[in-house]
Design a protein. Structure first.
Ligand code: FE
Ligand code: CA
Length: 530
């Protein structure tokens, strides 16, 4: 790995105090933005009057809804600002939110000061909204108005809501295909879209590339910004962002394939990987509709968080990369070794684990979701000599922490735990067992693994690479390796997962179909074909 550029990373180390970046309300805007962030004077923000080109080409987005707030996002395109010589200025960007698509009933407006320190990204946390309500929003700068986005707040914590529809997606290698699945997802006008990681890829891989992202492996902040910008040039992805609020987490490729805490995949030192992580995490924040993660500083960015959607669902969003112990036995699919048997190894890290255990022990929603990256149900295989092989990058590689977590959920009787997973570019449905070696042992939860949007190319319906994954793992009920996403429909009685797949991603515009339906009955853990 070339590290000549790592000295450039250090300038991005300094955390930017958020208060200096915000300016909310003036005149009419102030009156309308009551309930939004406190007004902070920012005399330096420059108000542009006219732009010759549209700076909103990266789209609009919203995310992390609560029952009275949501984060609105946009980002001003660098080329457009540079062209008129204002990239290094602090710029005033205005947002407005309405109850209707025509913006005739505006309920909030405000302004944000965007700065090149954060790549002219704009995050507005709008508060004082009504629960379980659809809103429309758009941004203005100078004489230009952004496309409108649709968003939705969560139901109030104690609301007896009876229906919630969301989709989850992961793994969208830009070079491997077109984001057609997102076009179909956007049309569904969902309550929520969840992204489980590998939103960008840090380098090229595979052979059948249908479009290119620029440059070699990305390392510094400008590289990561450029990569996100390329991915966000896709209209189907923009449409999905504009169609519903998103909840995002990351997996490995937002930084470096299979990195673990400060351990790089290749030959970067921990010091170098931490600088790279600081750059990658900052770019992630800049491009995502999320609140500023509490405690973000340099390479540290805690993004695990809890979201609640009435009594129907609570979602714990996890990060299984930033705090994990290095993969055991040299990573890959390996026989167990002494390192693998070390019960002190962790995926979650101590602080996140305490926080999660607290969530699980106090959970009182009907459906309690773990939105995370890597497959939790065991997916062991056997080599020709009958030796068990463990995939070391997923929960199988951390068997003690998995066992502890599943036992804990059983002990504290977390109602209806459902684990959502991305990462492995294939669809699976599985029972989470107290003992994966004993099919008759108790099922304590259900897992739905969603396939990739594009990663791996067109894929195929059923192939398990000759590993015997279904026959070796009878707790696994379904496997498919086409591309698409999973739509989940929740009621107080039932969870329905629909595995939606497209015929092709190497050609744009493919139709989508439901390949399979799996359900969970409330009060009865485990997946059933529906
Ligand atoms: Fe991936
Ligand atoms: Ca991954």
């Amino acid at each position: 790995m070339p590290n000549s550029r790592s000295s450039q990373l250090s300038v991005f180390h300094r955390p930017v105090p958020r208060r200096q970046l915000l300016k909310v309300g003036s005149g009419l805007g102030l009156a309308l933005s009551m309930g939004a962030l406190p007004a902070i004077a920012h005399s330096a923000a420059r108000r542009l009057t006219s732009l010759s080109n549209d700076p909103f080409t990266l789209g609009v987005a919203s995310g992390d809804p609560t029952s009275d707030s949501v984060v609105l996002w946009t980002r001003l395109a660098r080329e457009v600002l540079s062209e008129i010589g204002v990239y290094n200025d602090v710029l005033e960007v205005r947002w407005e939110m309405a109850e209707d698509e025509n913006f005739s009933r505006i309920v909030r407006t405000g302004t944000i000061a965007s700065t090149s320190l954060l790549g002219h990204s704009a995050h507005a946390e709008v508060r004082g909204l009504n629960p379980a309500s659809v809103y429309y929003y758009r941004w203005h700068i100078g004489n230009v108005t952004s496309p409108a986005g649709r968003t939705k707040t969560a139901a109030a914590a104690n609301d007896n809501n009876t229906r919630f529809e969301f989709a989850f997606a992961s793994c969208q290698q830009y070079e491997h295909g077109f984001y057609t699945a997102y076009q179909h997802m956007a049309e569904e006008q969902l309550d929520l879209i969840v992204h489980l990681g590998d939103y960008i890829y840090e380098r090229s891989w595979g052979e059948n590339l249908v479009r290119a992202h620029e440059g070699p492996e990305i390392l510094d902040l400008e590289d990561y910004r450029a990569r996100y910008s390329t991915y966000r040039s896709d209209r189907d992805l923009l449409a999905a962002h504009a169609s519903a609020p998103w909840v995002v987490t990351w997996d490995d490729h937002e930084v470096d394939n299979n990195y673990a805490a400060e351990i790089a995949e290749d030959d970067q030192t921990p010091e170098q990987l931490l600088l790279r992580r600081a750059a990658a995490y900052q770019a992630f924040y800049e491009f995502m509709p999320i609140r500023l993660p509490v405690g973000r500083q340099g390479p540290n960015m805690p993004i695990h968080r809890r979201l609640r959607f009435g009594k129907l669902m609570e979602m714990s969003v996890l990060d299984t990369r930033q705090y994990r112990s290095d993969q055991a036995c040299g990573d890959g699919r390996k026989q167990s070794c002494a390192e693998h048997q070390d019960s002190s190894r962790t995926l979650l890290g101590a602080a996140q684990k305490d926080w999660l255990y607290n969530s699980l022990a106090t959970a009182d929603a009907t459906w309690n979701v773990l939105a995370q990256q890597i497959m939790m149900a065991s997916l062991r295989s056997q080599d020709e000599d009958g030796n068990q092989l463990w995939p070391m990058d997923i929960w199988d590689g951390y068997p003690y922490e998995r066992q502890e977590l599943l036992q804990y959920m059983d002990e504290v009787q977390t109602p209806n735990p459902v684990v959502l997973t991305g990462d492995i570019h294939s669809n699976w449905a599985a029972d989470l067992k107290l003992d994966f070696d004993d099919l008759s042992s108790k099922t304590v939860g259900s897992e739905f693994v969603g396939t990739s949007i594009t990663s791996g190319g067109d894929g195929q319906d059923m192939t398990d690479y000759g590993l015997g994954l279904l026959s070796n793992n009878p707790h696994v009920k379904f496997y498919n390796a086409q591309r698409g996403y999973v739509k989940a429909t929740l009621t107080p009685q039932n969870w329905l997962s629909e595995y939606k797949v497209v015929d092709k991603v190497t050609e744009a515009g493919a139709p989508i179909q439901v390949r399979k339906r799996f359900a969970v009955e409330a009060g009865r853990p485990g997946v059933q074909e529906a």
